[in-house]
Design a protein around this ligand. Structure first.
Ligand SMILES: [Zn+2]
Ligand SMILES: [Zn+2]
Length: 308
């Protein structure tokens, strides 16, 4: 019996083939993604701030009022917190350096020639790296307790800056909620949402009426576009914030969560204390410089603790 040759590829095979072709359109240079991420973050931060103070607040609070003053102060506070935590997230404070190995040898009493327990040699840096650290091809270094590379800060999230990154996500979420509410209230004044005007909230209709009909002002058109961008950023920030809380409370990094590795957690709050240090919540009020209790180099795994 003649065996008919299979000519149809499965969807999985097609996707794999597409991925392996390294299509330039769908696989942009990661270094460009860093520049795009940082540019997008700065654009959204400064444009939303300017829009709030020059368009939204003057329209919504035409007379001086307590609510107007409170809202202005809140927006400034959230903006300053966002920028401070963004700058601190960008600091390359979790880079693995050669002296860490000597420190670990001294602390564990390990053999000076053999690697300390759990350490692995990174073939790219030619350095011995502690447990939980991983190499980042974009940063070109190994990073302590590496979680992931963030394109919006153009840096790796690791042991020392993960708390800054989580607080940053918290303030980005807050900023986008405030922006979306103000943008909606502003648009609702110009074109009431609970009427036939709600069609104007569809971007294609907004652009048509701004460009062709001419009965929608440029500001209103810009605010409609920004409302969609704000909602997109809000969804992304909430997703990443929830994910970070999940991995922190499970005592894992994102990499360990994907690989189902959970050997470093000994209690439900250990992950939180390890990430935020002794006074975790104060980082949400101001990015204080408080030392973490661990060094990000020496990790006692729960497996090892159990076997003792
Ligand atoms: Zn490396
Ligand atoms: Zn990186």
């Amino acid at each position: 019996m003649e065996c008919r040759e299979r000519t149809h590829e499965t969807l999985k095979e097609k996707l794999r083939a597409h991925y392996q072709t390294k299509d330039k359109i769908f696989q942009p240079d990661p270094k460009n993604a860093n520049s795009f991420g940082v540019g997008f973050f700065l654009y959204m931060s400064f444009v939303l701030l300017g829009e709030a103070f020059f368009i939204l607040l003057p329209t919504l609070f035409q007379e001086p009022s307590l609510w107007g003053a409170v809202m202005s102060a809140l927006i400034l506070f959230v903006f300053v917190q966002t920028m401070l935590n963004w700058m601190l997230s960008r600091k390359k404070t979790s880079v693995v350096v050669a002296s860490m190995r000597d420190q670990a040898v001294e602390l564990t009493g390990a053999d000076a020639i053999q690697s300390p327990p759990g350490w692995q040699t990174c073939l790219k840096c030619q350095l011995e790296a502690p447990p939980r650290s991983h190499h980042c091809n974009l940063c070109g270094v190994c990073v302590l307790k590496r979680d992931h590379h963030c394109f919006f800060t153009a840096s790796c999230v690791g042991f020392h800056n993960q708390r800054r990154f989580i607080v940053l996500l918290f303030y980005i979420t807050l900023a986008n909620i405030i922006a979306a509410v103000l943008q909606f209230l502003y648009l609702d004044q110009a074109m009431p949402f609970l009427s036939m005007e709600f069609l104007n909230y569809i971007p294609m209709v907004t652009v048509y009426r701004w460009l062709i009909v001419g009965d929608i002002s440029t500001w209103v058109m810009c605010v409609v576009v920004h409302l969609y961008l704000t909602l997109f950023c809000l969804a992304g920030a909430v997703f990443f914030l929830v994910w970070q809380f999940v991995v922190v409370f499970r005592g894992q990094t994102s990499h360990e969560a994907w690989k189902n590795i959970s050997v470093y957690q000994t209690g439900i709050l250990d992950g939180w204390r390890s990430t935020f240090g002794p006074y975790g919540m104060v980082h949400f009020l101001f990015p204080f410089q408080i030392d973490l209790q661990q060094d990000g180099i020496n990790w006692e795994s729960s497996m090892r603790l159990k076997s003792n």
